[in-house]
Design a binder for this molecule. Structure first.
Ligand SMILES: Nc1ncnc2c1ncn2[C@@H]1O[C@H](COP(=O)(O)OP(=O)(O)OP(=O)(O)O)[C@@H](O)[C@H]1O
Length: 288
């Protein structure tokens, strides 16, 4: 039987991935591989419809699904953008503000528990050695939950819970990856935008909306997502905390590829704890 040689470079793909590993998301304009690390950072993707935001979220979801130390919490107002990951996710929320608020409140409790645990151990953040899973939260279309469905009160609670998670979640191993096709100040106020360590601006129609994603002043310095052609889907400017925007092309998984990865990831996550008492939600309790 042939034995595959061990990889000499890069991150091996397979069930041994970790959310603490760098995540491959595409190439830059020089053809160099682009990696991000989400264990301690959030990511915001903004740009006009059809620019490729969901493509980026799916690429990240694939890494998270294949990571042995990650759990997925998905909020997808359209159901179809992240829907293929439903079977390997701990929670999959569709166009339901009550369910969205419920899952965010649960995440807030998990986050508070983790901070109490960290404090008790004199620590500041979770690490790969703690055995706690990284709970990767993906939100496809912030505006759908914060400005479209539900009452004003529910929308405000959604924004407050999301902001808290984005502000405090990363050190507790709960990164948020969120997309919006409405990069405007009412949806992404500067105070919220700045909490995202990574920001990806897909094609925008105005320099102002590009600035709202990347940060004030970048368009004036020549980094504007308005210069991305409408036909160049998946192209974006990516900025990491403290850096300069970098033009990238996101790696794209088509529906069949996602189905294959999701199927495999679901199989790797099949229940194996036969000793767990019946009716126990082992996953959330362990994560907490
Ligand atoms: N990285 C990519 N490479 C090649 N094609 C891509 C890439 N990303 C997206 N596309 C193409 O663009 C289409 C729209 O992409 P996607 O759904 O990700 O956009 P979006 O910004 O999420 O749109 P919306 O805001 O409407 O949800 C995809 O169906 C695909 O055909």
């Amino acid at each position: 039987m042939a034995t595959a040689s061990a990889p000499t470079a890069g991150i091996p793909v397979g069930p041994g991935l970790s959310m603490f590993d760098p995540i491959f998301i595409g190439i830059d304009e020089f053809g160099q591989h682009v990696y991000i690390t989400l264990a301690y950072r959030n990511l915001l993707a903004g740009g006009e419809p059809g620019g490729g935001k969901s493509g980026l979220l799916n690429t990240i979801a694939a890494h998270a699904a294949l990571s042995v130390d990650s759990r997925l919490v998905l909020l997808d107002g359209k159901l179809v953008e992240l829907g293929q990951w439903e079977d390997c996710a701990d929670a999959f929320i569709g166009p339901d503000i009550t369910a969205a608020l419920d899952v965010l409140r649960r995440l807030q409790t998990v986050m508070n528990n983790r901070y109490a645990w960290l404090r008790a151990h004199g620590r500041r953040k979770v690490t790969a050695l703690d055995g706690l899973s990284v709970i990767t939260v993906l939100v496809d279309e912030i505006a759908f939950y914060s400005a479209t469905i539900g009452s004003k009160q529910e929308q405000e609670e959604f924004v407050a819970l999301l902001r808290d998670l984005v502000a405090r979640g990363r050190a507790a191993g709960i990164p948020v990856i969120a997309a919006t096709q409405r990069p405007s100040f009412d949806i992404i106020p500067t105070s919220l935008r700045d909490l995202f360590g990574y920001r990806a601006a897909f094609r925008c129609t105005t320099p102002n909306s590009s600035n709202i994603v990347l940060g004030h002043g970048w368009a004036e310095q020549g980094y504007t997502a308005t210069d991305i052609a409408p036909t160049n889907q998946g192209a974006a400017y990516l900025i990491a905390e403290g850096g300069t925007p970098r033009r990238i092309k996101v790696a794209y998984l088509d529906d069949a590829q996602i189905a294959g990865i999701a199927d495999y990831a679901t199989w790797t996550r099949r229940p194996t704890r036969l000793s767990a008492p019946t009716g126990t939600r082992v996953d959330w309790e362990t994560a907490a």
